[in-house]
Design a protein around this ligand. Structure first.
Ligand code: 5GP
Length: 189
């Protein structure tokens, strides 16, 4: 996606060889026009897959997932990282180790919103080690729903996430694929 590459190059900040900061358009301030284009692109890639629901994880996945759900005319569900007081039973849970925070979270989603018969598109902002996507996939599998694929806004292809997801049998669609962040520079695959 040309517009996404442009935003990464002009507004992204390389924090280290492993971490890209995109607070200017995706993770803190959100560019609605770019996010809307991201939604259109994911929807186009999965338009023939009869998606019944889009699933992401709070908070940075919500904007691109919402744009995608709007285009696909489906509902969006986001997994929570902290248990809500109003969401205490009837839950699916999985453990996810956070790449950026280096801590493990129990992620949860209500059984009311991910169900057998659903065909789910998982969306997330970044793919690094694949932990978040595998955790979301586990929630879907526990519900006996199916996974149409995993849509990633920015894939760091030099980290093992894609390999792990493909080895588990999932289709991965990434809108930007980075081959390296070395020397404070973004290189695309
Ligand atoms: P994974 O679970 O694949 O190891 O990491 C993906 C999750 O960690 C994403 O949900 C994202 O929030 C965060 N993440 C991983 N790498 C980066 C990065 O380079 N920059 C930012 N901003 N977030 C990242």
């Amino acid at each position: 996606m040309k517009e996404l590459r442009e935003a990464i190059l002009t507004k992204g900040v390389v924090l280290s060889d492993g971490v890209l900061k995109v607070d200017a358009f995706l993770n803190h301030q959100i560019d609605p026009i770019l996010v809307s284009l991201i939604g259109k692109e994911f929807a186009n890639r999965f338009k023939n897959d009869r998606i019944t629901k889009v699933l992401t994880i709070e908070s940075s996945g919500i904007a691109p997932a919402l744009a995608t759900a709007l285009e696909l005319n489906t509902q969006l569900v986001f997994a929570r990282k902290k248990k809500s007081l109003t969401l205490s039973s009837n839950l699916l849970t999985a453990s996810v180790h956070s790449f950026t925070k280096n801590e493990s979270n129990e992620i949860t989603v209500s059984k009311d919103f991910v169900k057998e018969g659903d065909n789910i598109l998982i969306i997330d902002d970044f793919l690094a080690n694949g932990e978040a996507a595998l955790g979301l996939a586990s929630l879907v599998e526990q519900a006996n729903a199916s996974i149409a694929g995993i849509g990633i806004v920015i894939e760091k292809s030099f980290q093992p996430g894609r390999k792990k997801l493909e080895a588990a049998g999932y289709r991965v669609e990434s809108l930007a694929r980075l081959s390296s962040l070395e020397n404070k520079t973004v290189h695309f695959l």
